[in-house]
Write a protein that binds this ligand. Sequence first.
Ligand code: HGA
Length: 600
Amino acid sequence: MCGIVAYIGPKDAVPILLEGLQRLEYRGYDSAGIAVGTKNGGIGHRKVKGRVADLAKALPARLKGGLGIGHTRWATHGEPSDENAHPHLDAAERIAVVHNGIIENADELKDTLKGRGVEFRSETDTEVLAHLIAAAVAQGGELEDAVRRALREVVGTYGIAVLDAERPDRIVVARNGSPIVLGIGEKEMFAASDVAALVRYTRQVVHLDDGELATIRADGFRTDTAKEPATLEVEPVHYDRAGFEHFLRKEIHEQPAAVGRALRGRLDERFHTARLGGLNLDAREIRGFRRVKVLGCGSAYYAGQIGAQLIEELARIPADAEPASEFRYRNPVVESDTLYIAVSQSGETYDTLAAVQELRRKGGRVLGIVNGVGSAIARECDGGVYLHAGPEVSVASTKSFTATAVVFALLAQHLGRLHDLSPADGRRITEGLKALPGQIAGILAEEERIAALAAEYVRYPGMLFIGRVRGYPVAREGAQKLKEVSYLHAEAYPASELKHGPLALVGPELPVIAVVPDDELLDKNLTTLGEVRARRGRVLMVGHRRTDAADDVLLVPANEPELDPILLSIPLQLFAYHAAVALGRDVDRPRNLAKSVTVE
Ligand code: HGA
């Protein structure tokens, strides 16, 4: 959330900042702004409520400079407005700051600064940083030291970039809880919240550690600790819509390839298990775990719930999933014989990162299942598995959800084969995994029919999603997708819970979307559907066979029962997407949401 970009070099910074902000817009889109060091030695800036495109229109032609910082905002303190947009400047307009994060003691600091005669122009927490840094700079010394001194007064999280009109040879960046990555160019340097803003210009990057400060100059960079640049493997094309009208639809259709990548080189057909190189755990250590706890937020949590079920089924180790945000605040009991698994697409989700840090502090063993290579969570964990799903730009997650479930299946197979999963069952899972890309492509080919159903169902004010056991996390993710992008009210319940409360809501105005795999619970599920229809509730079933118990059926091919949740989720992604399109929603920029939740 909130995107930061910075540039210093021989070119005009403005188009580079704008291009970077466009690429980061999925992180926040309520307002945007840039500040540049101008030829006459001052800072020129412009910031507006709205999108990066609105900012581009509002920029005066004379705004040019060889260094600059930019920001796209997702408000936490103060409504979206021109004044609250970043960058924030001190009264003399010597210092400009962009910020991702939350300054928790901003009110106190504001009172102190006001006492010293500082006038605030915005309602943000960020503005205190501009005034604190300006005050520190006024005491003399290097900009870096002034920023460090100012940050010592701050409690909270930040990724920041700082411009000083009187030091036009550098930009200072720092991170604590919110990501900052440096990009190394030919006699030019970049910094950003996310590599998406950099890939057009460079493949050489350096990830800052928490608590670290860095300086970028046209001819290089300096970090607190010595760092080897990493080479990015993503292509700029991954951040384009490639002919699709929305990133969400593009990424739904990328799933056969994403699953193929998640599986590549990881199927061990000799021992009917999975080869997972980065776990950093030997067989004996793995056999010592008595319990597995999966942590994640939003769709990562629901994918984690599928994962916990897979581990319990295939490895027979008790496993459950919990929202990372709840876990970190409840003073968790950390057990040495529990394997903790943190799930995050970006690898920067603040609540999940905080949970990992709490676990590590208490000596817990944590694996990361993460898409963002080199991200904070990936670096903080003892080991882990990358999704290799490719960059996910859509705010509503799809391919990383699916790839996470696939990686969990591999992990569960691996743990299972170290316990009592037979070679025959191991082989069954391997064959099932190999079939997934083709089966997903088959489901995607049904898009037209799913779109037609979605267009019909949007006339209802909301929908209830239900599923039993393997179907339940699928129902939760289905409801999540629908509410995220269509804004229709959608809730998920275990099918067995329906008659304990939510059935009171069911009637001609509230349809039920039922996830019904063809497993040992089929008859129970069909009975539940009968109970819904007896109350004149319309039923859309996602499952493996046609039945009179539902009004509408979306069929998916059967796989091994343990892997069914992966396939059952796919039609519900398309259903949510087409519901949102039918309602004319801004699919890639759903209201109030942003990707990569780097604030708590
Ligand atoms: N607190 C700042 C930055 C918000 C942010 O980082 N969002 O992700 C603000 O409200 O402007």
